[in-house]
Structures are given as C-alpha cells and as structure tokens.
Design a protein around this ligand. Structure first.
Ligand code: ADP
Ligand code: ASP
Ligand code: MG
Length: 630
C-alpha cells in the first residue's frame, strides 16, 4: 500500500462535474489499496476574481488582508470535494492549512513553508479517510494562527511539501495538460510531451516562465527526493516524471528555507573574449556565434549587455585551450560587423582576458531566494574580490573573477555557505548531468499499487534543448555608471534582497568608462514586472547615496529561454537560437546564459513569435496538436 499525494489544479476542479470526476479518480486510487492526501486549488479562476475584488476597493491592499481573502478560494473546493467523496461512499475530511498545521514564514502573500505537522493527517488516514487539504495556504504559527499564502500557483508547492513531510511514496500533480511539454501548448500547439525531465531542468523552466509547475514545488522535490509526476486530469496517461538523484537526508525543519547552497565550484581554466561596440541590430549575435560554432568552439557563459547609443557589448568565456581559435574568430568578424552597420562608427574592438576564473555556488532556488546571490556577492566583496561577470540561474550563480583571487573567493564562499572543502579541490568542475544517472521512478497508474512498480530509466544522453519558455511578465532595469570596484554588486543585490525582489539575468557592461576619475560600468538586470517600479524607486534613492548614474526601467520586454542539461559541452546551441531570431528579424536586447540555459530579452511584441521560431528551430514540434481545455 502506497501513500500518495495528489494535487488538482484550478481547471481540474472548475465545476461541480469536474469535482465529481476528481472524486471518482480519488476513489479508484483508494480502492486500489492506497492512502491518499489530496491537495486542491481554488475552482477555475476564483483566485483571479478575488484579486479583482480587492483591487476594486484598494490600489494597495494590505498583504495580510489579501491572504485572508485569497485563502478562501481553496476552502470552497476542499469542502465540495469532501462532500463529493462522501457522496460516493468514500470517507473523507477537509482541512485548511491551519488545521493541518502548515507553518510558514510570516511573509504575507509569498510565505515559504517552515514545517508541517503530520499527526492529525495521519490519524485521519489511519481511519481510512481521504484527507483533502487546501493548497497555497498556511499559518505563521500554531499560537498566532495568522493566515498566509505561498504566492500564486503555490498549491503545487503545498502538495510536494506535504509529500515530503509525510514521506509519501510519490506526488502526482493533475492539471489541464497531459504533462510537461516542450513549451506552453497554448502558444505552440505542436509542443511535445516529454516522458521525463531532470529536476534541475524543470527548475530552470519553471522559473523562466513555464507555469505548469511552481518552481518551489520542484525545489522541494529535488531537495527531498520526492518522486513527482505531472499528469492530465482527464486521462489515465502516464504523464511526465521529474527525476531527481537520491538526495542526502535533509531535515524537515525549515523545510523551504534551509540551506540553498549545496556546493561551491570553481574553474580556473577559463578565458574571456569580449567584443565591444557591435551594432545593435538583428543578426549580429547569430553571425558571431554561428562562426564560432562552425569552428567547433564550445563556449560557456555568454552575455550581451544593453546597448549604449546604437552598439552592444558581447562577451563569452571559453576554456583556455581553445582561446586562440575563439579569438581568431572574433578578430576576423569584428571589422565586418562595423562595416555592416555604419562605417562612421568606431570599429568593434576585441578584448581578451586570460587570467580569469569562474566561481559558482550551486543548489536549488537561487533566483527564488534573492538573499542567496546577495550573500555570495557580499562574501566576495568582504574578501576584496572584484566581480567581472555574473551569471544567474535557478540552480547556479557564477561569478567570473581574476584568477589570482580564485582561491580566496572559494575559501570565503565555502565558509559562508558552510561547504566542506574536499572533492572539488582538483580544479575544474562540471555539473553532473542528472538524467544520465540511473533514476528509479515509480510507475503510477490509477488502479494499481504504484509503489510496487519501479522503472529504472536507462542512461542516455539528454537532448541539448529539453524545453523553451517565455516570460512576458518581466521588466528590465539598467543602472548607468556604477563604479567598478568590489562591493557594488553586493550593495545592489543586498538592497533588492532586503525587499525580497528576485533578480534574473544580471549583466555588467564590458566597457569601462572613466567618469569623475572612477572607472564605471553599466549593470542591467531583469525583475518581475510587478516589482519594476518599486525597484526603480529603491535604486534611485541608493543611486544618490552611492554615486551611481541614471536608473532606466523598460517594461516592454519579453524573455525567451531554452533549457537543457545536454547543452553542456555541445557547441552551436546558442548560435542556433540566435540564428532563429535573426532569421525572423527579431533583435536581441540582452543575452545571459548559465550552464543549462540561454535566455534572450526581446521586444515584448515579438515575444510570442520568438518562442515559436526557437521551438521550431530545435525541432521540438510534434505532428500532434494539443488543445488545452478551457
Ligand atoms: P493548474 O491550475 O492545474 O495548476 P496551471 O495553469 O497553473 O494549471 O498550469 C498548467 C498550464 O501551464 C497549462 O495549461 C499550460 O498552458 C501552461 N504551460 C506553460 N508551459 C508549459 C509546459 N512546458 N508544459 C505544459 N504546460 C505548460
Ligand atoms: N489558487 C491559487 C492561484 O490561483 C493557487 C494555485 O492554484 O496554485 O494562484
Ligand atoms: Mg498551477
């Protein structure tokens, strides 16, 4: 007999008939001999409706009252589903987050889960009842009972956290699509279903805009090794498994806030090539990286900074042995880039830096926990280490620093994040590619006892691009003329972290300008659009104090990203993405990569098209078209 947590999203419980269909599925699973905790969302678009009501009364409602309001949606569904179960003869009991004892931080509207009481649920399970729990909500403490919510889409997180706390055999997320697809089928109906994806890949996709899973749900599944599957509410098809290597035993105390960083890594075998003043128009990145790919040069990080005037800087890192080849390509292409645009402009300039190292912290939920990157930057600042390039992703934050400072940087980071030195001391370290390891995944089919069936997935090389995601809810901020010295990134991101503002795609311009006798660079980054204006205000205050230049906000952007563990060590992936955009006259405003993802910022109105052409370029489209039920 297995203990299973099943979660049903808004559309799946959107009407009385659908709630009855869910009850039937739950009933069948129990009849097959399983114990069940069921987590549900609010019916259909109820939560959106509640947000609208609040906004009709206040432009800036209290976050405590928002939680009080939004948590009601789920309470309706738990009662109705329990009734539907009782009606077909299945004993069931509904429970709110408070009744279960889902204890969270006192951060209204975006609380992280600290602890889950399991006794009460277990007592009901032992009495043969299905426990129906309200998703997306918790309380600050058993004494205070202040209602909190986890953030929009957070019922997935409730479900996986419950599975971790109860040590359930697995967690099933039932939704309105057949599983995790190569991209959002609402935008690309030819998107294909995948049978499995690694938790690192899914973490990236989720945080880059694929809302099929809440990123924090994947984070918990990864950290606690919860087998997780996404399936359709309407069929018995197997869906998509999120695979995770067996994690070390983790304490269930401070479930969602404990230890974000698993490791500190470094690579001293790095060199940087920068092209300054390349024209800001479609096709430039495609040309450069197309040529680089043809020369079979494998690049690591790429950044393209925001344009100043009508030119950009593009920088990338390579391993030292192939630096000469990379440099030759860049040098050959630089004059052509100038001639193409405006012969009167200054020539694009190639800049090489050999004495660099990349230091990284890896774990889960880096973007979702802005304090982690801020802590990394602060640690480097305290150690007097200047950051030359930054790359962020949900599973890794990397900084390029001077090679002579690498040891100091690594020691300081290990100290801060309490990582023991040891296995990584040999120098260059690469990310383990999770999906090439054996992973044991239970095969769940309603009506069987899934825990008795284990599928051992065979090792195979993961595809370079597993999925493509679009985020239309981002804004870009640029700070002009930030003094180029240790501690600036720490100040900036420390400030944002204090206000819980998550930052993605951080880019420092490669060009240094001397203003008032101080070398300065521009820093640009993206944040959630709803944080855009607040961030601009915060930074404007800091700018006066710290001697920064103007703060520029652009909300009319879209971010399109490709994700795949198989892109590591595979030349030409970035080039293909940039070529697809160039071919369709889509200008790239910003580029940022990390090991398993590449993101480009484009104009908002070209976002959808960008997603479609990139998805097609990587041959991800299938012959079948998905129609997502309303
Ligand atoms: P639920 O209410 O069940 O939580 P959501 O609307 O939050 O459902 O998530 C499911 C939706 O996620 C799908 O309808 C689809 O439009 C969207 N989606 C975005 N990216 C993907 C993807 N890569 N695979 C599947 N669905 C995706
Ligand atoms: N009902 C909440 C929302 O719409 C939580 C969820 O559905 O996951 O965001
Ligand atoms: Mg959802």
């Amino acid at each position: 007999m297995a203990l299973i947590v099943q979660k049903f999203g808004g559309t799946s419980v959107g009407s009385v008939e659908r709630i009855q269909a869910v009850a039937q599925r739950v009933y069948q699973t129990v009849k097959a001999g399983n114990s069940l905790v069921v987590v549900v969302s609010a019916m259909g678009k109820t939560t959106d409706g509640l947000v609208k009501l609040a906004n009709a009364i206040s432009t800036n409602p209290s976050r405590r009252e928002m939680d009080m309001l939004l948590s009601t949606g789920e309470q309706v569904t738990i009662a109705l589903l329990s009734m539907a179960l009782q009606e077909i003869g299945q004993p069931a009991i509904s429970m709110t987050g408070a009744q279960v004892g889902i204890v969270t931080e006192a951060e209204h509207t975006r609380a992280r889960i600290l602890h889950i009481e399991t006794q009460r649920m277990k007592r009901h399970l032992n009495q043969g009842k299905v426990v129906v729990v309200a998703g997306f909500q918790g309380i600050t403490s058993i004494e205070e009972l202040e209602i909190t919510t986890l953030g929009r889409g957070g019922s997935d997180t409730s479900a996986v956290a419950l599975a971790a706390a109860l040590q359930a055999n697995f967690c099933e997320i039932y939704t309105d699509v057949p599983g995790i697809l190569t991209t959002d089928p609402r935008i690309v109906p030819e998107a294909q279903l995948m049978t499995e994806i690694t938790s690192d890949e899914m973490l990236e996709l989720a945080s880059l805009g694929a809302k099929v899973l809440h990123p924090r749900a994947v984070e918990i599944a990864r950290n606690y090794g919860v087998p997780l599957v996404v399936r359709s509410s309407w069929t018995d098809d197997p869906g998509t498994w999120v695979t995770t290597p067996k994690p070390q035993g983790r304490s269930l105390v401070n479930l969602e806030i404990a230890r974000a960083v698993d490791d500190v890594e470094f690579d001293t075998d790095q060199a940087r090539v920068a092209l300054l003043r390349v024209p800001d128009k479609p096709g430039v990145a495609a040309r450069l990286f197309g040529e680089i790919a043809r020369q079979k040069v494998d690049i690591d990080l790429i950044i393209q900074s925001i344009h100043e005037g009508n030119t950009n800087d593009i920088a990338f890192t390579v391993t030292t042995p192939i630096l000469k080849r990379a440099e030759a390509v860049a040098a050959a292409i630089a004059p052509a880039l100038r001639n193409q645009s405006n012969p009167k402009t200054e020539e694009a300039e190639v800049m090489i830096e050999q004495n660099i190292a990349k230091v990284s912290i890896s774990g889960a939920g880096m973007i979702g926990r802005p304090g982690v990157a801020a802590q990394m930057f602060a640690t480097l600042a305290e150690a007097g280490v200047n950051i030359q390039m930054i790359s962020t992703s949900e599973v890794k934050v990397s900084c390029v620093v001077s090679a002579t400072e690498c040891d100091r940087a690594v020691a300081a980071l290990r100290n801060t994040f309490e990582i023991e030195a040891g296995k990584e001391d040999t120098g260059s370290v690469s990310t383990p590619i999770l999906s090439t390891q054996h992973s044991a995944t239970p095969v769940a089919t309603t009506g069987e006892t899934p825990a008795t069936h284990w599928l051992l997935s065979t090792p195979h090389s993961p595809p370079p691009v597993r999925g493509v995601a679009l985020d239309m809810n981002q804004a870009r901020l640029a700070i002009r003329q930030v003094p180029d010295r240790p501690g600036m990134a720490a100040k900036l991101f420390g400030l944002l972290a204090q206000h819980n503002i998550s930052v993605d795609m951080i880019i420092q311009s490669q060009r240094c300008r001397i203003v008032d006798g101080i070398p300065r660079r521009d820093i640009a980054f993206t944040v959630a659009r709803m944080d855009g204006e607040k961030t601009q205000k915060l930074l404007a205050q800091a700018a006066t104090e710290l001697g920064w230049g103007e703060i520029v906000l652009d909300s009319a952007i879209a971010k399109v990203s490709i994700v795949g563990a198989g892109m590591v060590g595979q030349p030409g992936i970035a080039a293909k993405m940039f070529e697809a955009l160039a071919h369709n006259q889509i200008n790239i405003q910003m580029i940022a990569t990390s090991e398993i993802k590449i993101s480009c910022v484009v104009a908002q109105e070209q976002g959808t098209q960008a997603l479609q052409v990139i998805h097609a370029a990587f041959g991800l489209a299938g012959s079948e078209k998905f129609v997502v039920p309303a």
